[in-house]
Write a protein that binds this ligand. Structure first.
Ligand SMILES: [Zn+2]
Length: 715
């Protein structure tokens, strides 16, 4: 998933991204409270650290309110100047001027939303609740500014005669569309309502995500002694011991609701009662009753989105949201999801029968429940393919997987990574690398923040502190990857599951999309592309993790240094399609519920839980499988992926098809193919239509067959 730190102008959304660590002020600072606009506020002063990194050590929560106030004021003044310019609109005095505006705001948002997601605290959360509606109001004021839109509209009508470059033409057309979609043509009353809705939605989204974090922070399963630990392999025990130590429960073991903690527990724990406890807490996040319950919040979000869509002139929010994507219509999305759903359900049924057989074989007398699936699937995997997750972990030390991701980028795109141990960072766990190209020229900075901690939102994402652009001088990107891996025990390396390693490659693929970006204008830079295109660079990158040559060189045992035995690697490869019925069902169910929620013409008295239940029932959801993200904690659809969770599958059609280009060339690092991939996909931002970009790379439109084969769903 990607998050933009972002810009408050144009369409670029302000979303939460990374994080920051606050430290005590340095002794040389005068003990005066920092004030807005003064040099004392490190967010507003000059950033003199190497590469213009934010001065993290000096930034404290108290600096954000005045910095936001100053940045918003400045941006507002810039926009007013553009809108009231007496000169006839030109691309330079309107579109480019907008692109140049809001630099300070972008910088403050970049730091703030990164911190709010990856290293938050109560002070930052309070500011986030306060700032979200203000930022939404600011954005509305720009997008609903009649004078400004009149200038853009005028340029748009004259676009044939303006002698624009291809990128400028594309940006003008996009800006025009973004303004229309924001309600620029509405009457006064409707505009007021749109602005109200946007503000309220921003507040609700912040509450929703803070509630999920609170539910995750407030639950833990403390394992006491061997009886509770039964079945857990050493790596899972080590991570649980580490989590306990972090909570001052030294000597104990703790399972948290972070995916990389609870999933391995569900895979290995022989304690059916504890699995049930952990699973139920995990799927109930956001639905525990009390002040953190998200059901009413989501219902209001859905209702307001439906109203917003109607105001703008669309039948439903799904229609509205998809207008801006490759898929374009809910019908196209349903067609794709339905192309895999029946086959996935059928496959999941067969998988379930095999698991039930495992239960019978060990003398169990119960039907498989959702908290049993991962446990028996792990047994089945071992029985069928002789592959045990615990056997691959020692070959997937975090540092080796990072090195593999970097080396793949070197071989494909000529990039080099040099760690900067002294660079400023927002948390001691964060690592910073300088990225250079084959000629040694600076490309950008890459930050890796890999370990779970209570101050971090769950999940994994890429975000930016600064996006690439050259509209006002060369600006090179600062990109972050944030994960939630369970850290290895003190002094021991962190060992990843194959899934974790794939996640690292995935987010690194997004990272490259940000780093390699080579466009002029920030609104179309890097990952600012159609949502159902944005998962192409990330999912495509996952393919290289399993390239035999990469495995051989980087999947080495953390103790012996010996490469993963070829036989184990082959068995892992063979087991690839194992449990794909389950994975596809839990994913597609989430995508379909997301789509149906946003296809409601009127939210009315929506009961989120009942709606979810009924929708799944209609679809024929297997009773042993739960959606990958249930509605009350479905952060994707509250963030940037509303009516958009299908995007992963849409992008997967392209990634499977795109990787086949390398297979057809007979070399996963085929130079000419990699060169085209960089030019048309990774470096291209949103400078051209996504389908046209894909066709320029591949020579034809994507075909679905590769994806079905990849998931083992094609017969
Ligand atoms: Zn992603």
């Amino acid at each position: 998933m990607t998050k933009r730190g972002g810009k408050a102008n144009g369409h670029a959304k302000i979303e939460r991204s990374g994080k920051g660590k606050t430290k005590a002020a340095t002794a040389t600072r005068r003990p005066r409270a920092p004030r807005a606009g003064t040099a004392a506020n490190p967010l507003l002063g000059r950033w003199s650290a190497p590469f213009g990194l934010p001065p993290f050590a000096r930034i404290e929560p108290i600096h954000f309110r005045p910095a936001f106030a100053a940045a918003l004021k400045e941006h507002k003044a810039e926009v007013v100047r553009i809108a009231r310019d007496p000169a006839r609109p030109t691309f330079a005095n309107t579109i480019a001027a907008l692109e140049k505006s809001g630099r300070v705001l972008e910088r403050v948002c970049g730091v703030f939303f990164n911190l709010a997601a990856s290293d938050t605290n109560e002070a930052l959360q309070a500011i986030e609740r306060e700032m979200s509606p203000l930022l939404a109001a600011h954005q509305s004021a720009i997008m609903l500014n009649g004078k400004l839109f009149a200038r853009i509209d005028d340029l748009y009508r004259r676009r044939e005669r303006l002698r624009l470059t291809g990128e400028q033409r594309r940006l003008l057309e996009l800006q025009h569309t973004w303004f229309l979609r924001a309600g620029a043509k509405l009457g006064r009353k409707a505009k007021t309502r749109v602005a109200e809705i946007n503000e309220r939605l921003a507040t609700l989204a912040t509450q929703f995500s803070q509630n999920v974090l609170k539910d995750e922070q407030s639950w833990r399963l403390v394992l006491e002694g061997e009886r509770d630990l039964a079945g857990l392999p050493p790596s899972v025990r080590a991570a649980a011991a580490r989590a306990a130590a972090d909570m001052n429960l030294k000597g104990k073991h703790v399972i948290t609701l972070s995916r990389s903690s609870v999933e391995p527990f569900l895979q290995y724990s022989v304690r059916r009662d504890l699995r049930e406890q952990a699973f139920n807490a995990w799927v109930k996040r956001g639905e525990m009753g009390g002040v953190t319950d998200n059901r009413a919040i989501l219902a209001e979000i859905v209702r307001l989105r439906a109203e917003l869509a109607r105001l703008i002139g669309f039948e439903t929010y799904a229609d509205y949201s998809l207008g801006n994507t490759m898929a374009k219509t809910p019908a196209a999305v349903r067609e794709l999801l339905q192309a895999v759903w029946p086959a996935a359900v059928k496959r999941a049924g067969e998988e379930c029968d095999a698991l039930q057989e495992q239960v019978r074989a060990e003398g169990g007398n119960f039907a498989i429940e959702a908290w049993d699936w991962r446990y028996y699937a792990e047994k089945e995997r071992k029985a069928r393919y002789d592959v045990d997750e615990a056997a691959t972990r020692p070959y997937l030390a975090l540092d080796s997987v990072i090195a593999a991701a970097f080396d793949t980028a070197r071989r494909l795109f000529g990039l080099r990574f040099k760690e900067l141990p002294d660079a400023p960072r927002y948390h001691p766990d964060v690592r910073v690398w300088e990225v250079t190209d084959e000629r040694g020229a600076h490309v950008g900075l890459f930050m890796g923040d890999y370990f779970a901690r209570p101050s971090k939102r769950s999940g994994a994402w890429m975000s930016s502190f600064r996006s690439q652009a050259k509209v006002a001088g060369q600006v090179r990107p600062i990109i972050a990857n944030v994960m939630n891996f369970a850290r290895g025990e003190e002094g021991e390396p962190t060992l990843l599951s194959l899934d974790d390693a794939r996640t690292l490659f995935h987010e690194f693929g997004h990272g490259l999309h940000g780093l390699l970006s080579d466009v002029t204008y920030p609104s179309i830079s890097g990952t600012a592309v159609a949502r159902d295109f944005v998962e192409l660079p990330s999912q495509l990158y996952e393919h290289w993790l399993m390239a035999p040559d990469v495995l051989k060189r980087f999947a080495v045992h953390h103790k012996t240094g010996k490469p993963m035995p070829a036989k184990l690697a082959q068995r892992v490869e063979k087991a690839r399609n194992f449990n794909q019925g389950f994975s596809t069902v839990e994913y597609v169910a989430s995508a379909l519920v997301d789509m149906e929620l946003h296809a409601l013409a009127d939210g009315g008295d929506l009961d989120v839980a009942a709606f979810e239940r009924e929708t799944l029932q209609k679809l024929g959801m297997p009773r042993e499988i739960v959606m990958r993200h249930r509605s009350p904690h479905f952060l994707h659809i509250v963030g940037g992926y509303a009516a958009g969770y299908y995007s992963y599958l849409w992008s997967e059609v392209m990634d499977a098809d795109a990787f086949a280009a390398f297979k057809e060339a007979g070399d996963p690092f085929h130079a000419a193919t990699a060169k085209k991939l960089k030019k048309y996909i990774y470096a291209a931002g949103n400078a051209r239509d996504p389908l046209a970009a894909y066709v320029a790379f591949r020579g034809r439109a994507p075909e679905i067959a590769g994806m079905l084969k990849k998931r083992g769903l094609a017969n």
